[in-house]
Structures are given as C-alpha cells and as structure tokens.
Design a protein around this ligand. Structure first.
Ligand code: NAP
Length: 454
C-alpha cells in the first residue's frame, strides 16, 4: 500500500498490507481489550482522551505535514484539522459521562424504570481521505469514551495518516488494541463485518460504498451509520449581505480544495442580486493563491489523487459539451497530475452531470432564480441532503424556509461547518445517522431499558 504525494506523484513510503489472517488476529485482540475497556470508569477514559488531545496539540506540525503531503491539502488547513481533532477529544472527555448517564423514565403508579447506555463492542470505521484525521477522530472520540473499541479501514491513499492516528491513541496511553488501523483494501471489509465480535459499522464516503456496506451489514443485522456525499445548496436572497455572502460562498466552495462533503456546491441566487454576487464570488475565487502544500500562504495545492482530478474534469467537460456556460475557465488536469484549476459554470440544465451529480472538487455551479419558491425547488431537486446555507437578513423568513429544505442541517447566514457541539449527518442519499454532539455518542450504544419491580 503506497503513500504518494499527489503534488509531484512521488512515493513517500510503502507498507505491506495486512493479510486476512492478521486482520482476524487483530479483531480477537480488539475483543479481548473490549471486555476490559467496557469496565473502565468515565474518569479513566476521560484522562486518556485528554492525553490524546494533548498528543495532537504537541505534535500538531508533525501530523499536519503527514496529512498535507499524503493527500494534498495546504498546511494551514491541515494544522486546523489537527486542532479540531484535539477539540473533539476534549469535548467528549468532558461531556461523555453526562451524555451517557442513566435516564430515569416517567412511569405511572410509582413504578420505577430507567434507560442505561451500554457499549456494543468492536465498531468498524471505514473512512475517506479528504479529512483523514478529522473524520476518524469524530468517530473514535465518542466511541472510545462510550466504552466501545475501534478498528479503522482508512482510504487506501492515506496509510501514513491511518498509522499516525493509531499512534496518537498509543501515546496517549490507551490499552493496546483499543484503536487499531488495518491497512487493507476494501475487499476485506465484508469479512470484518461478518465477524461475530464486530457489532456495527460506520462509513464516511461515497454513495456507492454506502450502498455496499449497508447491504453487507444489513445481511448480518448489524447497525450502520452512513455519512455520504452532498451537493449542498448555498441560497442567497435579495435582502442578504451580498458581500459577506459572496466571500463566504467562495470559502465554502474552496475549503479543502473543494473536496468536502459539506462544501457549498450549488449557488442559488435571486435574480436582482445575481450579477453583483457573481462578480464578487468570481473575484474571490480568482484571487486565491495556489502553491505547494507546505507553502504557508497557499490557499490550495492540488487534488488528492490524479484520478479524482480527471474524473472531476470529465464531469465539467460533459456539462460544457451539453451547453453549460463557462463563467470562469479553469484548466484541464495535465496528464498524470492531480492539479486542477477552479471552474464556475452557469446555464445548467437538469440532464447535465453538473446538475445531478456531486462535484467533489473546485467547481461551482450557478443558478439565477426568481424568488424563494424557485430557490427552494432547486435546492431540493437533488438526490442528496447533507447541509444547506441560507442567506437573508429576515431571520423569521429564514427559519421558515429552513424547515422546507431537505437536508441534515441548515446554516443561516453562515458557512456549513462541523463542530463537536452540533449533530452532523444527512438525509436522502447523503446517508443516515448522526455523528458528533450527544446524538453521535448514542449511535453505537445499547439503550437498555431497566424496569424495576417491587
Ligand atoms: P469512497 O471511494 O467511498 O471511499 C471511502 C472509504 O470507503 C475508503 O476507505 C474506501 O477504501 C472505502 N470503500 C470504497 N469502496 C468500498 C467497498 N466496496 N467496500 C468497502 N469499502 C469501500 O469515497 P471517497 O471518494 O474516498 O470520498 C469522497 C466521498 O466521501 C464523497 O462522496 C464525499 O462527499 C463523501 N464524504 C462524506 C462525508 C460526510 O460526512 N457525509 C465526509 C467526507 C466525505 P479505498 O480507499 O480502499 O477504496
């Protein structure tokens, strides 16, 4: 399994993948450690999770460089990602016990009953490369605090990140086997799901992988949480602060060089402010600095893999061939490279890939609409439903419109961003279940009813 720098295609390092036999041994180790880990107190788990937060803070630069060089994001973004991981560890170190404390139920006739939250066991996490630390920590922090243990099958292009994360937990003092990274291809995932001691699976990734893992887990009657793709709308009404909206829109489309599930992808703008918005938005995107990953001033470097740049370009090319207007001309990826230059497209019709598919990279799609009703129609006319950003100074109207948007979250006059404090997840083909906050820690626990007789 190779770790390749997508900026220059250099092999950084190479690992021998785990065999099926090794994977089964690792699962046995995880199960043994689970039986002891489930008995530990919240105070002990919290102490170790706080250590993990400190390990991340102390080694921020080291981990950020691994992330940047392995998947192409710029160092500033990678450092922010490591800091966010430290934050989620602290958050659950402090709050897990409260979230999982017994809940007394209101009962008739002086009867007594409560719900207690027991860990399930080994949870499999299948994770993507785009936020190679953050996606894993937002799974691992709540689950380890809940008393579960984790095994990670990370994306094949980020093995160094996978091993570095395992090291964070080791250095923090977690028992060996509490969190393990398996260097495997996706072919072995089904065998892991079938293992009797693996109790549930979570996947962050594409719709296709979601369907496969959900059906494999469904066959075994095991629970899944799926965090899949998105084609998030960014709606700007005529009474919004257009300047702030345009700047935020550019940031939202270009975060992680466009490779974010909650990046704004479709910009739905009321006609009377469309030209003003577009001019500001285009200027922001054009003004962003490209550079190498470790260049402190660079705002983007390259995409995470060559094939991803080529795939994105083919979606753009097909849309242009079908009549899309090129508002900002990007650049075709140079053969064999993960470079890409941002595009802005307009004049989109319903049959184009730019309308129907997720554009997982720096391509913005513009829609000019007559009013709120049309804005909502286009916003909801997608197979996805992850996040939405809505801009208007009328907060009462905004809240009413928010209720009509088919997505897991609506952010009013803000960029859509994940936070330990806010439940995160989608509807429709963006998946199901929630990560983060109190809801996130309650996904993989046995919510056990205890009814007490005389
Ligand atoms: P992907 O191809 O689905 O890969 C994600 C993970 O699933 C990787 O570990 C991959 O392993 C594994 N995988 C792929 N096919 C599999 C299969 N048949 N069986 C078992 N495992 C399989 O997704 P991606 O292209 O890397 O990531 C981008 C997608 O993730 C986008 O759609 C994006 O929107 C979504 N995403 C969603 C969220 C969210 O929170 N909703 C967050 C980030 C990203 P290999 O690398 O070995 O193939």
């Amino acid at each position: 399994m190779k770790s390749i720098n997508p900026y220059n295609n250099e092999t950084l390092t190479e690992y021998k993948p785990h065999t099926k036999e090794q994977v089964m041994i690792n699962i046995d180790k995880a199960q043994k450690v689970f039986l002891a880990w489930r008995e530990t107190t919240f105070a002990e788990r919290s102490r170790l999770m706080t250590n993990a937060s400190n390990v991340l803070k102390v080694n921020k630069r080291k981990y950020a460089e691994i992330i940047s060089l392995e998947m192409g994001k710029v160092i500033k973004e990678a450092e922010a990602e490591v800091e966010k991981c430290a934050w989620v560890c602290e958050y659950y170190a402090e709050k897990a016990e409260g979230f999982l404390s017994d809940e007394t139920l209101e009962m008739p006739e002086n009867k007594e009953a409560k719900v207690v939250y027991d860990p399930l066991g080994i949870i499999l996490a299948v994770m993507p490369w785009n936020f190679p630390f953050w996606q894993v920590f937002r799974f691992a922090a709540p689950n380890l605090m809940a008393g579960n243990v984790g095994i990670l099958k990370h994306a094949s292009n980020v093995p160094q990140c996978a091993l570095a994360i395992e090291d964070v937990f080791r250095e923090a003092g977690f028992p060996e086997g509490c969190f393990q990274s398996l260097l495997i291809s996706s072919d072995l995932v089904e065998d892991i799901i079938k293992h009797k001691d693996v109790k549930a699976a979570t996947l962050t990734g594409s719709e296709n992988a979601g369907r496969i893992i959900a059906s494999q887990a469904g066959d075994q009657l095991k629970k899944t949480v799926l965090e899949l793709g998105g084609s998030d709308p960014f709606i700007v009404l005529k009474d919004a602060d257009i300047e702030t909206a345009a700047k935020t829109a550019a940031k939202s489309r270009m975060v992680n060089f466009g490779q974010s599930c909650i990046a704004a992808k479709r910009f739905i703008i009321e006609a009377s402010v469309y030209d003003q918005f577009l001019q500001l938005f285009k200027k922001e995107i054009k003004g962003m600095k490209q550079g190498e990953q470790l260049d402190e001033d660079a705002q983007y470097a390259c995409m995470a893999r060559r094939d991803l740049a080529e795939e994105l370009y083919s979606q753009v090319k097909k849309s242009i061939d079908m009549g899309a207007e090129v508002i900002l001309e990007g650049e075709k990826p140079i053969k064999g490279s993960a470079f890409f230059k941002p595009y802005i497209l307009g004049g989109i019709s319903e049959d184009m890939p730019a309308y129907k598919e997720e554009l997982f990279g720096p391509v913005a799609v513009m829609f000019k609409v007559d009013g709120e009703k049309e804005a909502l129609r286009i916003a909801n006319d997608t197979a996805f439903g992850l996040g939405a950003s809505l801009w208007t100074k009328d907060k009462i109207k905004a809240e009413k419109m928010a209720r009509k948007i088919e997505s897991g979250a609506v952010y009013i006059n803000q960029i859509v961003a994940s936070s330990p404090y806010l439940p995160f997840g989608g509807v429709k083909n963006s998946g199901y279940g929630r990560e983060l906050a109190e809801m996130g820690i309650k996904e993989f626990v046995n919510k056990k009813t205890v009814s007490i007789g005389e």
